[in-house]
Design a protein around this ligand. Structure first.
Ligand code: UD1
Length: 381
């Protein structure tokens, strides 16, 4: 069996790392029936800190093929990926294309494969935010509609797929593959020194850096719905500097898009001048995991961080009005609450959160063994 698996953007890398290891594990045990595997990177994320750093730290082998798509509009990214990926498929003729998550690479490569009648397996299938204004929701819907094998992270995702008419025989409930990466790297992350992480990743080297011996908040924000409009971004920034940072350090590894928008809107100097707002470059996987382990509160619009907070028990304010990962919400036993981008609501929940203890949760099959189940499901087909 020959498989091409695809990654494109940062959140894909922690999902493919355990999958590649599971294939290597299978091949070591079954040298007579090896899986031939080709790893394709579309190149949507290309900065050292957004891409290559994760390959190194998570020991992902270098991609066999890099399509070097880079940044652009969604149509540019998807169109260029399809053109380049089609050539790869025509040359390699795999039995399966495996896509993960919900980024533009996921969509582009699943459509391209199906047009050539190549089977598609989607890892992290069935997540639904119900919000079609999110580019990721479009990517999820189209990819799942086309996929031949839909590997789901939780039971709610199985239900979503059944409701959409997906046959049971196409659905494999494997659990959350990103938690495989968390479990495999927990110990290494725990050994890192949080203060050293700040010092080594400061956006302005030599800037004052608060000691992390008490409470601190951890923040990430990159969704267009939060950062692309000044009327939304500015009040959030004001809340962070004027209300959160006066109580505790706010650690903010900043996504390139967010940095660009703060600069465009003339908000950059305000962010830089608040000494308790610690601006970092995008940080590595272990560094983020380490800071998350000890954070008093997480504020984020990332999907993956909501899941990691659930397992680590970090109280999480999700800066969105909806989530495709409801299993991480308090009402389902998780650690996160939806606060949207309305400052009043963020403030209320922030104050409530300060009273909470950490409460780690483990949804079914978030056990660190999802990747092995993914490979088993693929080989069974
Ligand atoms: C993409 C994913 C999103 C994921 C996020 C994690 C889609 C539709 N979105 O969004 O689901 O949560 O990745 O980061 O696929 N840039 C750099 N260096 C890079 C990459 C990007 O500077 O290595 C800058 C560019 O200015 C670019 C902007 O970041 O225009 C946005 O990058 P893009 O790949 O379009 O989407 P993300 O917002 O990162």
């Amino acid at each position: 069996i020959k498989i091409i698996s695809v990654v494109g953007a940062r959140p894909n890398f922690m999902k493919i790392a355990p999958f590649v290891k599971a294939i290597e594990g299978h091949n070591a045990l079954h040298p007579d029936k090896p899986v031939r595997h080709i790893l394709v990177h579309t190149g949507q994320h290309y900065d050292m800190r957004m891409s290559e750093g994760f390959f190194r730290s998570l020991s992902i082998p270098d991609p066999d093929i890099n399509l070097e798509i880079g940044s652009g509009t969604h149509a540019e990214q998807v169109g260029q990926t399809m053109i380049a990926f089609e050539k790869v498929l025509l040359q390699e003729r795999p039995d399966w294309v495996v896509v993960v998550g919900d980024v533009n690479a996921t969509l582009a490569c699943s459509v391209t494969a199906k047009k050539l009648c190549i089977k598609v397996c989607h890892i992290e299938a069935g997540l639904r935010s119900g919000d079609i204004t999110m580019p990721e929701e479009i990517n999820r819907l189209v990819t799942d509609r086309l996929s031949d094998l839909l590997l789901t992270p939780d039971r709610l995702s199985n239900e979503n797929l059944r409701r959409e008419g997906v046959l049971d025989e196409k659905i494999g409930f494997v659990g959350n593959i990103m938690i495989d990466t968390l479990e495999a790297n927990r110990e290494k992350a725990a050994n890192l020194d949080p203060s050293a992480i700040l010092r080594e990743n400061l956006l302005m080297p030599g800037a004052d850096c608060p000691a992390l011996n008490g409470s601190y908040a951890l923040l990430t924000m990159h969704r267009p719905s939060n950062v692309d409009q000044k009327e939304i971004l500015e009040p959030i920034l004001n809340f962070l500097t004027d209300e959160v940072a006066v109580r505790m350090p706010v650690i903010w590894p900043i996504h390139p898009r967010t940095r660009k928008m703060l600069q465009t809107f003339g908000l950059w100097s305000k962010a830089m001048s608040c000494s308790n707002l610690v601006l970092l470059h995008p940080i590595g996987y272990h560094e983020m995991l380490r800071l998350n382990m000890q954070a008093t509160v997480m504020l984020t619009d990332s999907g993956g961080l909501q899941e990691e907070c659930c397992v680590l028990g970090t109280p999480c304010l999700t800066l969105r009005w909806n989530t495709e990962r409801p299993v991480t919400l308090k009402e389902h036993g998780g650690a996160s609450v939806l606060v949207g981008n309305n400052v009043e609501r963020i403030r209320n929940e922030f104050l409530i959160t300060l009273e909470l203890d950490r409460s780690p949760q483990r949804p079914d099959l978030w056990d660190g063994k999802a990747a092995v189940r993914c490979v088993e499901e693929l080989l069974r087909k």
